[in-house]
Design a protein around this ligand. Structure first.
Ligand code: ZN
Length: 94
C-alpha cells in the first residue's frame, strides 16, 4: 500500500518518515489550532453561568486553546463574583 507526499505528491511507502523526493515529512497531519479568542457574548454567558464556561473549557481544550482559556477565566471570574455577592448578601442579611 502506498500514499502520496503531501508536499510534492511523490508516491511514498507508508513507512517513510521523510519523502524521498522533497525530504519533508510526507504524512504530516495538519492539526490547525484555532487561536481566535472567545466571542464576547460567549464570555458574558460563561461569566454569568460558570457551568457553561466550564463546559466550553473542555469543548475547546484541544482545538482552540485560547477560547478554552477565555472560557475558563470567565467562569472563574463569574464564580468569584457570585461568591462575593453571596457573602455580601449573607452579611447584609444578618
Ligand atoms: Zn515530497
Amino acid at each position: 500500500m502506498s500514499k502520496f507526499c503531501q508536499n510534492c505528491g511523490a508516491e511514498q511507502s507508508l513507512t517513510n518518515s521523510i519523502c524521498i523526493e522533497c525530504g519533508k515529512p510526507p504524512f504530516v497531519v495538519f492539526n490547525e489550532k484555532d487561536n481566535s479568542e472567545l466571542d464576547i457574548a460567549v464570555k458574558v454567558v460563561s461569566f454569568c453561568i460558570p457551568l457553561v464556561g466550564g463546559i466550553l473549557y473542555f469543548v475547546h481544550k484541544n482545538s482552540a486553546p485560547q477560547k478554552s482559556k477565555d472560557a475558563c477565566s470567565a467562569a472563574l471570574w463569574g464564580m468569584l463574583v457570585n461568591f462575593i455577592l453571596q457573602i455580601i448578601a449573607t452579611v447584609s442579611g444578618a
